[in-house]
Write a protein that binds this ligand. Structure first.
Ligand code: M6R
Length: 613
């Protein structure tokens, strides 16, 4: 989730780039860099000082020669290659004239790099991005101008990109392109800007334009022109931006929680990108555990807290079903102190958005002390969990600011389910055709999440109708149970309404005594295999006066018989349904909290990252 900025025609290039990078620092802070370009000369500085990277870059830029009117800058969130200066952007081609910055992942970088090296190119980093500099160099060598050279290079790459390229032999030009990763262009008198996010250039540009997928833009001091990948002209859509800086940082939304809920399709796609080799095998570049070690796993233990614990609970169903391994899920703060048994072949998976939650870190340490192999699922690169675990898989959800976790849940479920499929592949517990179908299905979940997000207004209307209710029970069966737990957690933490999550079948073992008129029961009712049983449970609560809200699939015609209100979601493979169904529950909690006048981003008594026991 890197940050990108570029400027052409500026009299104060270095300061424009650095102030933009300071505003983009939240996107990634492994390293930062700039390249300044003028005829025949490229000057570059890069620093990898963690959260101090942009500050270090500012000091390094004191050495920059004066008089550069154009440049590009980047803050990095490492995906391929360690967070070190050699992997920081901008990357240069062999001649040192072409400089590129890139956000996203080039999926086929390995084969492209092999081809480029065979043709004599020398690579100086361990990133997927550097291939872009060399591909553009080759196209320039064939006489193409920078715009066509970038189009040419993009013709052979697969993956996601927001890219900006400069060339000292065609200075005062930036060529930028986008697929999936965000990119905006800004204009002012005699200066043209480029950024991954509006805040980076908000105080400099006076007009803003959105770059769409597969569009390429040539920026010069006089303005810009855009084409599609075939070279046909396209018009960029002008953005109506009357935001102050704070609103801009929230992507134009009222709060970070809305921004992050809406970012879920992108978080999913980014997390799933580049996870398959050409031979079909599932791969995690950053996972430093060999296939043989994964094959030798006899038992899996997941440890986590809060929302991450709910994602871990979903993974239990997936790993058991697909990889036929016994799985235990533990609340991290309990695991550590209960003298856990760690046998040979135990794989412990710590799940944490922040990678800093003390309970999860301590649980992982305890597991390691007892001889377990530990894998971390973390969102923050180089976090304590990432460093303490033997290996790490990064969810690539981007920075989550709101205390209530939203996009990190869907990204964690996606990463864990992909790991479950990898285990199934190695253990041969599923046929390759089944794995193929499931991986494809997982890839389509982002679109279903988009559809679920499209129903915001209906969900909000229901929440407002139930605003006076004070007690909520969230019920589900199978993976609907952890989804219900997550729905209850969202509601309680941001609306302060009392909410409990239960397995639907457990209700009659006690909690049913609490059901009376005025209580709202929210059922995750999308799993058709267990539908009849759930309908019976709902009939039981309805008979005792509860108001029933059901999250049900579009094609479910039976649910209306027991539910007072139905929140519709698109149908999907049951194991993927938590990522879709949770959207309705997040939107419900959000609308209740807003309706009650709560501060959704900063609920009382809570902290985003819990570093005390
Ligand atoms: O950073 P982590 O994923 O380890 O955080 C775990 C919990 O503190 C976190 O999920 C918390 O429950 C959220 N506020 C839930 O929205």
């Amino acid at each position: 989730m890197c940050g990108i900025i570029g400027v052409v025609g500026d009299t104060d290039t270095v300061s424009t780039l650095l102030s933009g990078l300071e505003r983009l620092e939240y996107r990634g802070y492994d390293s930062a860099g700039v390249a300044l370009v003028r005829p025949g000369e490229t000057w570059r500085a890069r620093c990898a000082d963690g959260t101090e990277s942009v500050a270090a870059l500012r000091r390094a830029c004191d050495e920059a020669p004066a008089g550069f009117r154009s440049g590009i800058g980047h803050t990095r969130w490492a995906t391929h290659g360690a967070p070190e200066a050699i992997n920081a952007h901008p990357h240069l081609d062999c001649s040192g004239h072409v400089a590129i910055i890139h956000n996203g992942i080039i999926e086929n970088h390995t084969e492209l790099q092999e081809g480029l090296e065979a043709r004599g190119h020398v690579f100086t980093s361990v990133t997927d991005s550097e291939v872009l500099a060399h591909l553009i160099e080759e196209a320039r060598g064939r006489g193409l101008d920078l715009l066509d050279a970038v189009r040419d290079a993009l013709g052979v790459v697969r993956g996601a990109f927001a890219l900006a390229a400069m060339d000292a032999t065609e200075s005062d030009v930036i060529v930028a392109a986008r697929r999936i990763s965000p990119l905006v262009v800004g204009t002012a008198a005699g200066v043209t800007y480029l950024a991954s996010d509006v805040p980076a250039i908000l105080d400099r540009a006076s007009a803003f334009y959105a770059v769409n997928d597969d569009e390429v833009v040539r920026l010069g001091p006089e303005g810009f022109r855009a084409v599609d990948l075939e070279g046909a002209p396209v018009r960029l859509r002008q953005l109506a931006i009357d935001w102050d800086l704070e609103t801009a940082e929230k992507g134009g939304h009222d709060d970070f929680m809305t921004k992050e809920i809406l970012e879920q399709p992108d978080a999913l796609r980014a997390t799933l990108l580049d996870r398959r080799r050409p031979d079909g095998s599932i791969t995690f570049d950053e996972l430093r555990v060999s296939d043989d070690e994964l094959r030798a796993v006899k038992r899996v233990v997941l440890v986590a807290a809060g929302t991450s614990h709910h994602a871990a609970l979903v993974a239990k169903y997936a790993i058991e079903r697909w990889a036929r391994l016994s799985v235990e899920v533990d609340i991290a703060s309990e695991y550590r102190y209960r003298d856990p048994v760690v046998e040979v072949g135990t794989l412990v998976i710590g799940v944490s958005q922040s990678g800093e939650t003390i309970d999860t870190i301590q649980a992982v340490r305890e597991a390691k002390r007892r001889g377990a192999r530990v894998v971390g699922i973390a969102n923050i690169v180089d976090s304590s969990l990432a460093r303490e675990a033997d290996a790490v898989i990064y969810t690539r959800a981007g920075l989550e600011v709101s205390v209530a976790s939203t996009k990190s849940f869907v990204a964690q479920v996606a990463a864990l389910e992909l790991l479950a499929l990898r285990l199934a592949q190695l253990r041969q517990t599923l046929a390759e055709s089944e794995i193929d179908a499931l991986v494809r299905g997982l890839g389509a979940v982002g679109t279903l999440v988009e559809k679920a997000l499209g129903r915001r207004d209906e969900v909000a209307a229901l929440a407002l109708a139930l605003l006076d209710a004070r007690d909520f029970f969230f019920l589900g069966r199978h993976v609907g149970f952890p989804t219900a737990l997550e729905g209850a957690l969202k509601l309680k933490e941001i609306s302060y309404r009392h909410a409990e999550g239960y397995p639907a079948g457990e209700l009659k073992h006690g909690p049913l005594a609490l059901i009376e008129p005025g209580v709202v029961v929210v059922a995750v009712a999308t799993d058709l295999a267990l539908h009849e049983k759930l309908l019976s449970n709902l009939a039981e609560v309805k008979a005792r006066g509860a108001t029933v809200v059901a999250v049900a699939t579009d094609d479910d015609e039976t649910i209306d018989s027991v539910a007072d209100y139905v929140l519709r979601v698109p149908a999907t493979e049951p194991m993927f349904s938590p990522m879709v169904d949770v959207v309705a529950l997040q939107l419900f909690a959000y609308a209740m909290a807003r309706g009650l006048g709560r501060n959704v981003d900063r609920p009382r008594n809570l902290a985003k990252t819990v570093t005390v026991e």
